[in-house]
Design a binder for this molecule. Structure first.
Ligand code: GLP
Length: 244
Protein backbone atom coordinates (compact mmCIF):
# COMPACT_ATOMS: atom_id res chain seq x y z
CA UNK A 1 0.00 0.00 0.00
CA UNK A 2 1.49 3.32 -1.11
CA UNK A 3 0.83 6.44 0.97
CA UNK A 4 1.41 10.13 0.18
CA UNK A 5 3.69 10.49 3.20
CA UNK A 6 5.42 8.43 5.85
CA UNK A 7 3.31 10.14 8.48
CA UNK A 8 0.03 9.04 6.82
CA UNK A 9 1.49 5.56 6.40
CA UNK A 10 2.56 5.37 10.06
CA UNK A 11 -0.95 6.37 11.15
CA UNK A 12 -2.45 3.62 9.01
CA UNK A 13 -0.06 1.06 10.52
CA UNK A 14 -0.97 2.27 14.03
CA UNK A 15 -4.68 1.89 13.21
CA UNK A 16 -4.11 -1.71 12.21
CA UNK A 17 -2.21 -2.41 15.45
CA UNK A 18 -5.06 -0.73 17.38
CA UNK A 19 -7.52 -3.03 15.61
CA UNK A 20 -5.55 -6.19 16.40
CA UNK A 21 -4.96 -5.29 20.08
CA UNK A 22 -8.58 -4.33 20.71
CA UNK A 23 -10.01 -7.34 18.89
CA UNK A 24 -7.85 -9.57 21.13
CA UNK A 25 -9.06 -7.61 24.16
CA UNK A 26 -12.67 -8.22 23.24
CA UNK A 27 -11.90 -11.95 23.21
CA UNK A 28 -10.05 -11.63 26.56
CA UNK A 29 -6.86 -12.85 24.90
CA UNK A 30 -3.29 -11.63 24.94
CA UNK A 31 -1.82 -10.03 21.83
CA UNK A 32 1.73 -10.88 20.81
CA UNK A 33 3.43 -8.02 18.96
CA UNK A 34 6.78 -8.34 17.20
CA UNK A 35 8.47 -4.95 17.32
CA UNK A 36 11.22 -3.32 15.27
CA UNK A 37 13.69 -0.53 15.91
CA UNK A 38 15.41 1.94 13.59
CA UNK A 39 14.18 5.30 12.38
CA UNK A 40 11.33 3.83 10.33
CA UNK A 41 8.86 2.89 13.12
CA UNK A 42 9.40 6.04 15.22
CA UNK A 43 6.27 7.85 13.94
CA UNK A 44 4.27 4.64 14.35
CA UNK A 45 5.28 4.40 18.01
CA UNK A 46 4.50 8.10 18.53
CA UNK A 47 1.02 7.48 17.12
CA UNK A 48 0.50 4.46 19.41
CA UNK A 49 1.51 6.63 22.39
CA UNK A 50 -1.02 9.26 21.24
CA UNK A 51 -3.72 6.56 20.92
CA UNK A 52 -2.90 5.41 24.45
CA UNK A 53 -3.14 8.95 25.88
CA UNK A 54 -6.04 10.29 23.85
CA UNK A 55 -8.07 7.28 22.75
CA UNK A 56 -7.64 5.01 25.76
CA UNK A 57 -5.73 2.28 23.89
CA UNK A 58 -4.43 -0.08 26.56
CA UNK A 59 -1.42 -2.38 26.14
CA UNK A 60 -2.15 -4.44 29.25
CA UNK A 61 -2.88 -7.54 27.14
CA UNK A 62 0.17 -7.00 24.93
CA UNK A 63 3.27 -9.18 25.10
CA UNK A 64 6.06 -7.79 22.94
CA UNK A 65 9.14 -9.37 21.40
CA UNK A 66 11.71 -7.14 19.81
CA UNK A 67 13.46 -8.41 16.73
CA UNK A 68 17.03 -7.75 17.65
CA UNK A 69 19.76 -6.14 19.74
CA UNK A 70 23.40 -5.39 19.10
CA UNK A 71 25.85 -7.72 20.84
CA UNK A 72 27.54 -6.92 23.10
CA UNK A 73 25.39 -4.06 24.31
CA UNK A 74 24.56 -2.55 27.71
CA UNK A 75 20.79 -2.03 27.99
CA UNK A 76 21.15 1.58 29.11
CA UNK A 77 23.69 2.55 26.43
CA UNK A 78 22.44 5.29 24.12
CA UNK A 79 22.93 2.82 21.27
CA UNK A 80 20.90 0.00 22.75
CA UNK A 81 17.55 -1.05 21.35
CA UNK A 82 16.36 -1.51 24.96
CA UNK A 83 16.86 2.16 25.60
CA UNK A 84 15.36 3.09 22.23
CA UNK A 85 12.19 1.12 22.91
CA UNK A 86 11.81 2.56 26.41
CA UNK A 87 12.23 6.10 25.14
CA UNK A 88 9.97 5.93 22.10
CA UNK A 89 7.26 3.57 23.41
CA UNK A 90 7.39 1.58 26.63
CA UNK A 91 7.90 4.50 29.03
CA UNK A 92 4.75 6.15 27.69
CA UNK A 93 2.24 3.29 27.65
CA UNK A 94 0.75 0.82 30.13
CA UNK A 95 2.46 -2.35 28.91
CA UNK A 96 3.48 -4.54 31.87
CA UNK A 97 7.29 -4.63 32.22
CA UNK A 98 7.23 -8.42 32.55
CA UNK A 99 5.56 -8.61 29.13
CA UNK A 100 8.42 -6.84 27.34
CA UNK A 101 11.03 -9.04 25.65
CA UNK A 102 14.16 -7.69 23.94
CA UNK A 103 17.22 -9.83 23.16
CA UNK A 104 19.81 -9.50 25.91
CA UNK A 105 23.02 -7.89 24.71
CA UNK A 106 24.86 -8.70 27.94
CA UNK A 107 24.89 -12.50 27.84
CA UNK A 108 28.10 -14.42 27.99
CA UNK A 109 28.90 -16.06 24.61
CA UNK A 110 28.27 -19.62 25.88
CA UNK A 111 24.75 -18.73 26.99
CA UNK A 112 23.56 -17.16 23.75
CA UNK A 113 22.37 -20.25 21.97
CA UNK A 114 20.26 -21.49 24.91
CA UNK A 115 18.91 -17.97 25.42
CA UNK A 116 17.88 -17.77 21.75
CA UNK A 117 16.11 -21.14 21.94
CA UNK A 118 14.21 -19.94 25.02
CA UNK A 119 13.26 -16.69 23.27
CA UNK A 120 11.63 -18.75 20.52
CA UNK A 121 10.00 -21.20 22.95
CA UNK A 122 8.43 -18.30 24.78
CA UNK A 123 6.91 -17.04 21.53
CA UNK A 124 5.69 -20.53 20.65
CA UNK A 125 4.13 -21.05 24.09
CA UNK A 126 2.05 -17.92 23.49
CA UNK A 127 0.80 -19.25 20.18
CA UNK A 128 3.20 -17.26 17.96
CA UNK A 129 3.40 -13.63 16.94
CA UNK A 130 0.03 -12.08 16.08
CA UNK A 131 1.45 -9.04 14.32
CA UNK A 132 5.05 -8.42 13.32
CA UNK A 133 6.30 -4.90 12.51
CA UNK A 134 9.33 -4.75 10.25
CA UNK A 135 11.61 -2.15 8.75
CA UNK A 136 14.07 -3.07 6.01
CA UNK A 137 17.81 -2.59 5.74
CA UNK A 138 19.31 -1.12 2.57
CA UNK A 139 20.58 -4.62 1.72
CA UNK A 140 17.16 -6.23 2.30
CA UNK A 141 17.77 -7.43 5.84
CA UNK A 142 14.81 -7.96 8.15
CA UNK A 143 15.64 -7.76 11.84
CA UNK A 144 19.36 -8.45 11.51
CA UNK A 145 18.87 -11.35 9.12
CA UNK A 146 21.50 -10.30 6.63
CA UNK A 147 21.97 -11.51 3.04
CA UNK A 148 22.56 -15.24 3.09
CA UNK A 149 20.15 -15.90 5.99
CA UNK A 150 18.07 -18.98 5.37
CA UNK A 151 14.28 -19.01 5.28
CA UNK A 152 14.24 -21.45 8.19
CA UNK A 153 16.93 -19.61 10.19
CA UNK A 154 16.45 -19.48 13.93
CA UNK A 155 17.03 -16.81 16.55
CA UNK A 156 20.78 -16.48 16.80
CA UNK A 157 23.95 -14.44 17.03
CA UNK A 158 24.86 -13.02 13.60
CA UNK A 159 27.78 -11.15 12.07
CA UNK A 160 26.62 -7.80 10.72
CA UNK A 161 27.23 -7.02 7.04
CA UNK A 162 29.75 -4.37 6.16
CA UNK A 163 26.95 -2.29 4.59
CA UNK A 164 24.86 -2.53 7.80
CA UNK A 165 27.82 -1.42 9.91
CA UNK A 166 28.50 1.49 7.57
CA UNK A 167 24.82 2.53 7.82
CA UNK A 168 25.00 2.39 11.65
CA UNK A 169 28.46 3.95 11.97
CA UNK A 170 27.12 7.51 12.12
CA UNK A 171 25.19 6.65 15.30
CA UNK A 172 28.20 4.93 16.85
CA UNK A 173 30.68 7.68 16.10
CA UNK A 174 32.68 5.74 13.52
CA UNK A 175 32.89 2.40 11.77
CA UNK A 176 35.44 0.95 14.19
CA UNK A 177 33.15 1.64 17.15
CA UNK A 178 30.17 -0.04 15.45
CA UNK A 179 29.32 -3.51 16.79
CA UNK A 180 30.25 -6.46 14.61
CA UNK A 181 27.55 -8.78 15.86
CA UNK A 182 23.92 -8.81 16.98
CA UNK A 183 21.26 -11.19 18.23
CA UNK A 184 18.26 -11.44 15.91
CA UNK A 185 15.04 -13.38 15.67
CA UNK A 186 15.41 -15.74 12.72
CA UNK A 187 13.49 -15.58 9.45
CA UNK A 188 11.44 -18.63 10.47
CA UNK A 189 9.68 -16.90 13.39
CA UNK A 190 9.00 -13.84 11.22
CA UNK A 191 7.48 -16.06 8.53
CA UNK A 192 5.34 -17.80 11.17
CA UNK A 193 3.83 -14.50 12.36
CA UNK A 194 0.10 -14.38 11.62
CA UNK A 195 0.41 -10.95 10.05
CA UNK A 196 3.39 -8.86 8.94
CA UNK A 197 3.59 -5.11 8.27
CA UNK A 198 6.83 -4.03 6.64
CA UNK A 199 7.36 -0.28 6.50
CA UNK A 200 9.79 1.75 4.39
CA UNK A 201 10.17 5.44 3.64
CA UNK A 202 12.16 7.54 1.27
CA UNK A 203 13.99 7.27 -2.03
CA UNK A 204 16.90 5.55 -0.30
CA UNK A 205 14.73 2.44 0.22
CA UNK A 206 13.16 2.43 -3.28
CA UNK A 207 15.71 0.10 -4.82
CA UNK A 208 15.53 -2.56 -2.14
CA UNK A 209 11.72 -2.34 -2.05
CA UNK A 210 11.61 -3.01 -5.78
CA UNK A 211 14.03 -5.92 -5.47
CA UNK A 212 12.21 -7.43 -2.47
CA UNK A 213 8.82 -7.29 -4.16
CA UNK A 214 9.63 -7.91 -7.82
CA UNK A 215 12.70 -10.15 -7.93
CA UNK A 216 12.75 -13.90 -7.46
CA UNK A 217 12.74 -14.97 -3.80
CA UNK A 218 16.34 -15.35 -2.69
CA UNK A 219 18.31 -15.47 0.51
CA UNK A 220 20.45 -12.65 -0.91
CA UNK A 221 17.47 -10.41 -0.09
CA UNK A 222 15.86 -11.80 3.09
CA UNK A 223 12.85 -9.43 2.73
CA UNK A 224 11.99 -11.26 -0.52
CA UNK A 225 11.04 -14.32 1.59
CA UNK A 226 7.96 -12.33 2.54
CA UNK A 227 6.59 -12.87 -0.97
CA UNK A 228 5.69 -16.31 0.40
CA UNK A 229 4.00 -15.02 3.56
CA UNK A 230 0.22 -15.49 3.62
CA UNK A 231 -0.63 -12.14 5.25
CA UNK A 232 1.94 -9.43 4.63
CA UNK A 233 1.52 -5.76 3.76
CA UNK A 234 4.31 -3.46 2.61
CA UNK A 235 3.33 -0.02 3.90
CA UNK A 236 5.46 2.45 1.97
CA UNK A 237 5.50 6.10 0.98
CA UNK A 238 5.58 7.42 -2.57
CA UNK A 239 9.34 7.85 -2.58
CA UNK A 240 9.99 4.26 -1.46
CA UNK A 241 7.50 3.09 -4.13
CA UNK A 242 9.09 5.17 -6.90
CA UNK A 243 10.93 2.29 -8.59
CA UNK A 244 8.07 -0.25 -8.55
C1 GLP B 1 18.46 -1.89 11.63
C2 GLP B 1 17.47 -2.79 12.38
C3 GLP B 1 16.34 -3.23 11.46
C4 GLP B 1 15.80 -2.03 10.73
C5 GLP B 1 16.86 -1.47 9.81
C6 GLP B 1 16.43 -0.23 9.04
O1 GLP B 1 19.53 -2.57 11.12
N1 GLP B 1 18.04 -3.94 12.98
O2 GLP B 1 15.34 -3.88 12.24
O3 GLP B 1 14.68 -2.38 9.99
O4 GLP B 1 18.01 -1.16 10.55
O5 GLP B 1 16.66 0.91 9.78
P1 GLP B 1 15.96 2.29 9.52
O6 GLP B 1 14.53 2.11 9.89
O7 GLP B 1 16.65 3.26 10.44
O8 GLP B 1 16.14 2.60 8.07
Amino acid sequence: VVFESSSAASKAAAKEIFRVITSKQSEHKHCVLGLATGSTPKALYAELVRMHKEEGLSFKNVISFNLDEYYPMEPDSIHSYHRFMNEVLFNHIDILPENVNIPDGLLSKEKISEYCNNYESKIEALGGIDLQILGIGGNGHIGFNESGSLQNSKTRLVALDHITRVAASGDFGGFDKTPRTAITIGVKKIMEAKQVLLMAWGEGKSNIIKRSVEETVSNQIPASFLQEHHNVTFIIDKAAASKL
